[in-house]
Write a protein of this length. Structure first.
Length: 237
């Protein structure tokens, strides 16, 4: 699922349609709308008109616009209140409560996805960085399987396949013993330099992935009217 954030003061913008279209194209099944900047709208009827426009736009892209929940609030005022009082609880501030309402709506409306943890581990590398004194960390979303500290792992794609060992796992600045499918995680790799791994490579359980240099794929490219490309793809793109 996804949260679609729309300004209550401005209503749906051209990029709003692009985001909805992108969600449809990549297969996002469920959307919850957060109508932001409610504090800047004095007339409740204007907010209702924006909500109607959002629902119509969602219907245009085959989402159930009439059924999708819309929560109004102000992210900025909620954040300011949390900065002022990090221990603030429910029912102590109207804007913080709006964020709680949003999260409750997500819990109730967006089903928990089934995580494929039985298959072999696979993660597509999104970013790589170095921690001084510790080593190289590759980050990304675990596509399937599970991984523990101390497990062997292969680095595959773009360069020669090599095997190493997981020496640490971290998610949102918390150290983990194990990571599962669906997690966005950082993986500390033994004896690997930053130049050895890059975005686009994958980390996988040894001997479960075979790299290929040729493949067939079906690709949908957004056109100019959809907010996509208006120039051709050239060799080496």
């Amino acid at each position: 699922g996804a949260i679609l954030v729309v300004s209550g003061a401005d209503g749906p913008m051209p990029q709003t349609k692009e985001h909805i279209l992108l969600a449809k194209q990549v297969g996002v099944p469920t959307i919850v709308v957060f109508l932001n900047k409610q504090d800047q709208v004095d007339d409740e009827e204007l907010l209702e008109l924006v909500e109607l426009e959002i629902r119509d736009t969602l219907n245009e892209y085959d989402f159930p616009g009439d059924e999708i929940p819309i929560v109004s609030g102000s992210a900025l005022l909620a954040v300011n209140k949390l900065i002022e009082n990090p221990k603030i609880l429910r029912n102590e501030d109207v804007w913080v409560d709006k964020i709680y309402e949003l999260m409750d709506t997500i819990d109730n409306f967006i089903p928990t996805p089934n995580r494929n943890i039985e298959k072999s581990f696979l993660l597509a590398v999104e970013d790589v960085f170095t921690i001084t004194g510790r080593g190289t960390v590759a980050t990304g979303r675990v596509e399937r399987g599970k991984l523990k500290v101390g497990d062997p792992i292969q680095i595959i794609g773009l360069k020669d396949t090599r095997e190493t060992t997981v020496t640490g796992l971290e998610m949102f600045q918390k150290t983990l013993d194990e990571t599962l499918a669906g997690d966005n995680v950082g993986i500390l790799l033994r004896g690997v330099q930053k130049t050895d791994i890059e975005r686009g490579m994958v980390l996988a359980e040894p001997n479960t992935i075979t790299p290929h240099t040729n493949f067939e794929a079906q690709v949908y490219v957004l056109n100019k009217d959809e907010g996509g490309r208006h120039t051709p793809f050239l060799p080496g793109y």
